[in-house]
Design a binder for this molecule. Structure first.
Ligand code: GLY
Length: 378
């Protein structure tokens, strides 16, 4: 039997994913998917860190489709992102995810200047979380919070592109500077010598003194949470594109090598690379999707075909191990792990896993509109 080529498989998968996104538009009906519950998504209002991955999926779909329904639906969701800033609903470091994939994406795909202005307002709010003397972005809680004022987390690396972009658009260097110093601190304190990573790190918020690494979603303080690690790979690859500093590319490569060296035989990571309990051995497809995007980005920066091949290997593993094939299923990828210590969605769809999977497929086909990197000049 003639085996389908990888290219055929990517094209078929892409077409199926677009069909599923299209089908979900009516089912989600203006609400925001979070994580799976069997073959459906639980839906929410625009109230948490996950809200922009659905518009992000619509904008990715818009980039490769002539069907106006994707863009019309994404545009119809943007008013909730204005409201969210007006009402200050759950404002954290995640403003980067939230406004890169909604407002910036809309500006990029349609030229809507009002959307760009909204993304700039969000960037200004994110900048307010930049803490000195430590020079980091505070992840959670009110700025200066007694418990969380000194906390950084790996995930924030993916929120920095909104700050870099704001400097690119306005010429105001303060955003770039904050993102640059945060990335330097993340490189120095989150990445361990062996290339593994802490999920979180605490500074003394009064003096800026580095205190200790820890975890929030990982198995243990000295373990390595797979998705946090994937955020670092992709986040440092993006920082390398935005900043003239070779240390960021080195950090992206070092974390990528650790990730690849610690994959199981099926190439889908367990949710933590240092688990000691078999009964918790859930896989996290979202970590593989994010890491695939990071590896393809490293390859694009360096021209290193090894990283491209490894990124494609992860995409193939996701297609073979995790792709939803049930026509009634709403998710693109099965087997995501949201928050194992809290028992949330341990083996389910995750909307960000779907987003980064589609982004990886588009990148493989040279069709990624890129809502994270420097703006492409026409
Ligand atoms: N940023 C939260 C998570 O990755 O679950």
């Amino acid at each position: 039997m003639v085996q389908p080529s990888i290219t055929d498989e990517t094209i078929t998968t892409l077409a199926n994913c677009l069909g599923r996104v299209r089908q979900n538009i009516a089912l989600f009906n203006g609400r925001f998917p979070n994580s799976g519950n069997g073959t459906t998504y639980t839906l929410n209002d625009n109230v948490n860190w996950l809200a922009a991955f659905w518009p992000g999926l619509l904008w990715l779909s818009d980039a490769v489709s002539n069907d106006p329904i994707f863009r019309e639906t994404a545009v119809s969701l943007l008013p909730t992102f204005y409201t969210r800033l007006d009402t200050q609903t759950h404002i954290t470091h995640d403003l980067g995810f939230l406004y890169s994939l909604s407002a910036r994406a809309q500006w990029q795909q349609t030229g809507d200047d009002a959307a760009a202005q909204l993304a700039l307002v969000a960037a200004a709010q994110l900048w307010k979380r930049y803490r000195r003397p430590g020079h980091y972005i505070q992840a959670w809680g009110p700025v200066g919070d007694a418990e969380k004022g000194g906390l950084i987390i790996a995930d924030t690396m993916m929120n920095l592109p909104l700050l870099f972009w704001a400097s690119e658009q306005t010429g105001d260097d303060r955003y770039h500077e904050a993102a640059y110093h945060h990335a330097q601190n993340s490189r120095q304190f989150l990445i361990r010598e062996d290339g593994s990573s802490f999920h979180t790190y605490f500074f003394n918020q009064e003096t800026g003194e580095p205190l200790k690494g820890s975890t929030h979603q990982g198995f243990a303080e000295d373990s390595c949470w797979a998705r946090g690690h994937a955020w670092l790979i992709y986040g440092f690859a993006l920082a390398a594109q935005w900043c003239d500093d070779p240390q960021f590319l080195e950090a992206a490569k070092q974390t990528a090598v650790f990730f690849l060296n610690n994959l199981p035989a099926d190439n889908i990571p367990l949710w933590d690379f240092r688990l000691s309990h078999d009964e918790l051995a859930y896989r996290d497809s979202s970590a593989a999707a994010i890491a695939a995007c990071g590896l393809l980005r490293i390859a694009a920066i360096t021209g290193d075909e090894t990283f491209r091949a490894q990124g494609n290997l992860l995409i193939d593993a996701l297609i073979h191990e995790c792709l939803e094939t049930n026509p009634a299923g709403q998710g693109l990828l099965k087997h995501g792990a949201l928050h194992i210590p809290k028992g949330w969605a341990p083996d389910d769809y995750l909307i960000f896993g779907d987003y980064f999977f589609l982004e990886a497929l588009l990148t493989r086909k040279n069709k990624n509109p890129d809502f994270w990197g420097p703006t492409k000049k026409e």
